[in-house]
Design a protein around this ligand. Structure first.
Ligand code: MG
Length: 473
């Protein structure tokens, strides 16, 4: 018979064991306790759950038994040709539970956005990937979709991912009986301050700008933005014609900047100073003209100047930052984190304005918002063209993040409002979110089917001498 351990040696072993357990428990409290315990196979690993832990686990099991995870039964694409700014594409994810489905925005913005490629990316690549998957694993499915291609950060694929995964957020909200903003922690502001687009035309642009602005201010809007666009360019080519033989349109950059500067001067003379004014350059200017323009608009105290440079000319933001105080925003062209992160980290811009579906939808955008908040950079998501579902996604981010800047609002045509029932409401210059579950929008799919997108066209712009340049609309 073996003699049992006793006396001083036994007490020392017992004390050492107690010390070890206390040490491991301390590690556990510092974080990763279970992982540490499993590495060392110490008593903590075999420790029975406490009564409190058992009670919590039982509650989780009761809850999940009552609401089994839905699984993806179908994925489809719905498009609505609302005309230009009202073109929309959404993805519908249908589950195996009766009546449970969701919509997510997959709109590839602007004519030239390659809508048909987004449809193919959803139907041919993502649908086979997510069929049968549990819809409650949104982050996992997002990563699965994103990493399923060796090539990441492609706008077309990101739109497809955004459409699928934002539909899963809609489903989760519908399951919970809550709007998505509640799932994100609830509102930290009641409504979002908006801006509207205001046109100035080609004939007497200053007068037209003031007249148009007054009408919008009377409706309660406090912030207005002028976009440099071909449609307001009114330039002739070197032959004196409004178009080249192939249908492409000339754009005179010097004439356009003079027109806008003159109109802004009149706006500031005539309009109350509290009315916000912004400009979207759409990267139509070359870098020399762009730097000068940004200095020239400084006296007008804009809320921001958007897309002064395209991503490939990002280095010029450093130059402009040193020369003037005009607030700077980067817009819908900026999708790859390698393009915009250095500008945020260097505090070289004031606003990020991604088109949310272009970067992969709500799942990606909430991370962008959190990243930018660390550098006191605000966001003002791109608003048009965008589906009404996408607008609610934007508004959800606006209401649940500290670094919200301003909400770009687009007025929808009656057709779009008939197709998308539950568009966000605007009152007194603020956008208000619905209290309905999910994104709060139902889609009349039969009506949408009668109105496909038909107005896509190449985004071709030329200077009057015929050189091809960056264009927009
Ligand atoms: Mg823009």
């Amino acid at each position: 018979m073996t003699k049992s351990k006793s006396g001083r040696a036994g007490k020392e072993a017992s004390a050492a064991s107690t010390l070890e357990r206390r040490q491991m428990l301390r590690w556990g409290m510092l974080g990763g306790g279970a992982a540490v315990a499993s590495l060392f196979n110490c008593p903590l690993a075999q420790a029975a759950p406490t009564a409190k832990e058992q009670e919590a686990q039982a509650a989780v099991e009761r809850a999940t038994r009552g609401m089994p995870a839905p699984r993806v039964r179908d994925v489809s694409v719905i498009e609505v040709g609302g005309g230009g700014n009202n073109d929309s594409m959404v993805v519908k994810v249908t589950t195996d539970q009766a009546g449970l489905y969701g919509y997510g925005c997959a709109t590839a913005t602007f004519p030239g956005g390659r809508t048909n490629l987004v449809r193919a990316a959803v139907e041919q690549y993502l649908k086979p990937l997510v069929m049968g998957k549990a819809t409650d694993r949104i982050e996992q499915i997002w990563q699965l979709c994103y990493l399923s291609s060796y090539y990441k950060n492609d706008v077309v694929q990101n739109c497809a991912i955004g459409g699928v995964c934002d539909a899963l957020w809609d489903i989760k909200g519908r399951q919970a009986g809550m709007p998505v903003y509640q799932l994100a922690g609830g509102k930290l502001r009641e409504a979002a301050d908006i801006y509207l687009h205001v046109g100035l035309g080609a004939q007497d642009p200053g007068k037209q700008l003031v007249e148009n602005a007054r009408k919008l201010v009377e409706k309660g809007c406090r912030n207005l933005l002028v976009a440099m666009f071909l449609r307001d360019g009114a330039a002739n080519n070197l032959y004196g014609q409004p178009k080249f033989d192939d249908g492409s349109v000339p754009f005179d950059r010097d004439k356009e900047t003079r027109k806008i500067l003159g109109a802004f001067e009149e706006f500031r003379k005539e309009m109350p100073p509290e009315i916000g004014l912004g400009v979207d350059v759409h990267s139509l200017l070359d870098s020399t003209r762009a730097v000068q323009f940004c200095k020239d608009v400084e006296p007008f105290k804009l809320f921001y100047c958007e897309d002064l440079f395209p991503p490939e000319e990002a280095g010029h933001y450093q130059v402009v930052r040193r020369l003037c105080t005009t607030p700077l925003a980067i817009g819908e062209l900026w999708n790859n984190p390698h393009e915009w992160q250095p500008l945020v980290e260097g505090r070289l811009i004031d606003y990020v304005r991604h088109h949310v579906s272009h970067i992969g939808g709500y799942t990606a955008a909430r991370k962008v918002a959190a990243f930018a908040a660390n550098y006191e950079v605000k966001f003002a998501w791109h608003g048009g063209p965008n589906s009404p579902v996408g607008h609610v996604t934007n508004l959800t981010l606006d209401l649940t993040n500290t670094n919200f800047g301003i909400h770009e609002q687009i007025d929808y045509t009656p057709l779009v409002q008939d197709v998308f029932q539950g568009c966000i409401e605007v009152k007194d210059g603020y956008a208000w979110i619905s209290e309905k579950p999910g994104w709060g929008i139902e889609v009349d799919e039969a009506l949408a089917a009668k109105h496909p997108i038909i107005d896509e066209h190449p985004n071709e712009t030329r200077t009057p001498d015929g050189s091809v340049i960056q264009g927009a609309g």
